[in-house]
Structure formats: C-alpha cells, structure tokens
Ligand binder design. Structure first.
Ligand SMILES: Cc1cc2nc3c(=O)[nH]c(=O)nc-3n(C[C@H](O)[C@H](O)[C@H](O)COP(=O)(O)O)c2cc1C
Length: 400
C-alpha cells in the first residue's frame, strides 16, 4: 500500500533520531519514495549523510541556500509529499507547529503543507506531560494532525515513564494506515484463522500445520481499510494484528460457537482457518500412560461440525468466503467445495507448490467465484493476496 507514495520524513533533535534511519529503510523496502528534512538540532544526533545514503536523495536542512535550484524548497517539498511524518518530534517542534511558528525549513514545510501530517513525539515524561506541551498536542489534534502515542519504558534520561518514541515498525504501520483508503468502512467482518486442536488427553492433541498467517493478514488489511473486524483464531505462534475483537479458541466446536454467537450481525465471514475435521471420540481425563499403550494403538475419531458449510447454507445475503488447501487438482476440488458449501468466493491453493501454503509468507492462489470463473494469481505476499481477496469482497458488497 505504500508503493510509490511520496513520504517526507522530518527529523528533529531528540535522542530517538538514531532510530529514524530505520524508518527510511522500512519505507523504501515497501516501495515508497522518501525525502528527509532535518532540523539543525537533529544534525547534532545523526548526520545528514546517513539519511542521504538511506534515502538515496539529498537531505534538506537549510532554508536559505536552496534558491540555486530555482525552486522554493519549502513549497515544493510540501507539495511533493502525500504525507509528512515527523519522527522523532521534539517538544520544541510541537510547540512551534502548534503556534504557527516557522523559523526553520521543517516548520515552514509543515506550515505550507496541505497533506496529512503525522507526528511521533519523543521526549522525557515530564516534558511530555508539561501543560504547555499537552495543550500544544491537543491543538494539533484538533487541527487534524495525527499525533501518535508514545511508549512507557526506561528513557534515555534514566526516568521511567511515557515519552519513548514508538518503534520504527509501528510508525510505518501508522503511515500505512493513514494512507489507506477506508473503502470497507461500515462493514463488519468475521475472519477465522489458524488451526484448531482436538484434545486426546490433558497432554496430547490432534491438529494441523496452519500458521494463521493468511487469516491474520486478512484481518490486518480489512481493519486498515476501515472494516470492523472480529478475528477468531486457533492457537498460533504469531502476534495477532490489532482488531476490534480478538477471540482465542481451541477446538473446532469452540470456533463454531464463537462464529455462531456473532454471525447475525456481520456482513462478511471469511473462513481462512483450518479447523480439524475430526476429533477423538473419547477424551481421557487422565494422561494415557505409556504402559497402557497396547490398549491405545488406535484412536477412534468422529467427524467435527463443518463450520464453513453450516454458515454457507444459512448465510442469506451475507458474503461467505472459503479457502481450500489441496495437494492436487485444486481447481476442481475448489469448484466442488464452493458449490457444496454455498460460498460466494473460494480461494484455493496447492500446498505442495513452493511459496504456497501454511507456513509460507507468500501464497500462490486462484480465486473462484459463484459462476466458476477462475482467476489464477501470481505468487505474492499474504498481505497482497489479502488485499486481492478484499477487493473482490468489496465488489460483491457493492453489488448486494
Ligand atoms: C542529549 C539531548 C537529548 C535531547 N532529547 C530530546 C528529546 O528526546 N525530546 C525533546 O523534545 N527534546 C530533546 N532535547 C532538546 C532538543 O534538542 C531541543 O529542544 C532543540 O531545541 C530541539 O530543536 P528542534 O525541535 O528544532 O529539533 C535533547 C537535547 C539534548 C542535548
């Protein structure tokens, strides 16, 4: 989503300036164009050469030696930027910006800008909580500036408290969020993700290789696009995205119950989970002992409820999207599953292909619609695939 976006990074004179080159690096990795403006105080902490090297562009510091280019720099930079991010943003720059002072290149660009502005404050806790600073922040928020939170931690000045700048990854996520069109605003989604586990005894269980990555990517991207998202997830080892409601479950029956109690109020159900199809017929309250293993050389299984099929059948005008992970003949299996479970779309992939399937960060999928049109997509990140799927869901929602 940040590809080809013009991002102007303002760096001011706080100790957290040492982290700002990482922001440039993360933005560049996502395909953004980055220019950097530094205050004189920022140059005391990190050299312009560092940012010049990271951004592959000259760094802007001076107000008055730019006319050599026949270009009024503070105006052209302000016009160029899709978004201006000041990270770190000192109490001094917050104060100047909130009070219309423009006595250096950065504050003048801020004054000339009509783009979205995000600031990432970074300062000592007492400075952060200072009444003037708090009033300045409030004023900026009222003017539409996005003021990011700070972290509570041990600060460079050895005080413990709020004021530490958010991490570069979080700042980049905030930029991405602000630049993403909110085309799913007002729509409610349930997304199921990950495996489920079926317990055999207090120690052992049956499960599968699902990592939850695809469902988490869908939840993250849907949230970014303005949807209200409930993410229902089986056990995973990855960090869940920030969503409206996160529900952790264990078994397929738990997942069914969690969907059922919320299904009526949603517009879209995406079944990206891999619920266990079978469960042990008998659960042993006590750990099955090794010595008795001759008695347990087979496990009797019974079928679990088919969650996707159940909600596909009763969906009314809700959109239900399913997934099929197959090891062969995936398109035909996918078409059969789409019909049998009354999905609006099915996303199929062949888990034996390199770069596809459970644990991978990429996927190679085909999307099949109700008319059995098959769109085969190239290998792409699970985030990009999530957006491809959401684009198709948005079209279906518009056509409802
Ligand atoms: C070692 C050191 C660390 C500083 N760290 C911060 C900081 O984290 N946040 C802040 O608001 N000011 C900090 N300051 C004070 C600013 O550098 C000072 O207010 C300066 O005028 C800011 O200028 P600028 O906003 O134009 O960059 C620090 C100063 C020094 C000497």
């Amino acid at each position: 989503m940040l590809k080809d976006k013009n991002i102007l990074l303002g760096v001011t004179g706080g100790i957290a300036a040492y982290k700002s080159p990482s922001i440039v690096s993360l933005l560049k990795k996502q395909g953004a164009n980055v220019k950097v403006v530094m205050t004189d105080a920022a140059c005391e902490f990190v050299t312009p050469l560092t940012f010049q090297t990271m951004s592959n562009k000259p760094v802007h510091v001076e107000m008055f030696n730019q006319l050599m280019n026949m270009d009024v720099e503070h105006i052209s930079l302000a016009k160029w930027a899709d978004v201006i991010v000041v990270a770190p943003c000192t109490a001094n720059t917050i104060g100047k910006f909130a009070n219309g002072i423009c006595d250096n290149l950065l504050t003048t660009v801020l004054m000339a800008s009509r783009s979205k502005i995000i600031i990432a404050p970074a300062m000592n806790t007492f400075m952060l909580n200072n009444k003037f600073n708090q009033e300045n922040i409030k004023k900026l928020e009222e003017l539409g500036v996005v003021v990011l939170d700070t972290q509570k931690d041990l600060l460079a000045c050895n005080d413990v408290g709020a004021g530490k700048m958010l991490e570069p990854e979080e700042i980049v996520q905030a930029i991405d969020y602000e630049l993403t069109e909110k085309d799913l605003r007002g729509k409610k989604f349930i997304i199921t993700s990950g495996p489920t586990i079926e317990e055999l005894d207090p120690v052992r269980y049956l499960t599968n290789h699902s990592s939850g990555k695809m469902g988490y990517a869908l939840a993250r991207e849907a949230k970014k696009r303005g949807a209200t998202v409930t993410l229902i997830s089986g056990p995973t080892s990855i960090e869940p995205p920030k969503v409206d409601e996160f529900v952790r479950i264990k078994s397929t029956q738990d997942m069914f119950n969690a969907v059922e109690s919320r299904f009526n109020s949603v517009d879209v159900l995406i079944k990206a989970a891999a619920p266990a199809d079978f469960k042990p017929k008998i659960y042993s309250e006590e750990k099955i002992k090794k010595t008795k293993s001759e008695d347990f050389n087979s496990i009797e299984l019974e079928q679990n409820i088919d969650i996707a099929k159940h909600f596909g059948k009763i969906k009314g005008n809700k959109i239900v999207v399913g997934f099929a992970a197959e090891s062969n003949d995936e398109i035909n299996y996918g078409k059969g599953k789409l019909k049998a479970k009354n999905f609006d779309l099915i996303v199929v992939n062949n888990i034996t292909k390199e770069g596809a399937g459970f644990k991978s960060d990429t996927n190679i999928a085909s999307i099949i619609d109700k008319d059995e049109n098959v769109e085969s997509l190239n290998s792409m990140s699970k985030n990009d695939l999530a957006n491809e799927i959401l684009n198709r869901i948005r079209r279906l929602l518009q056509a409802r």
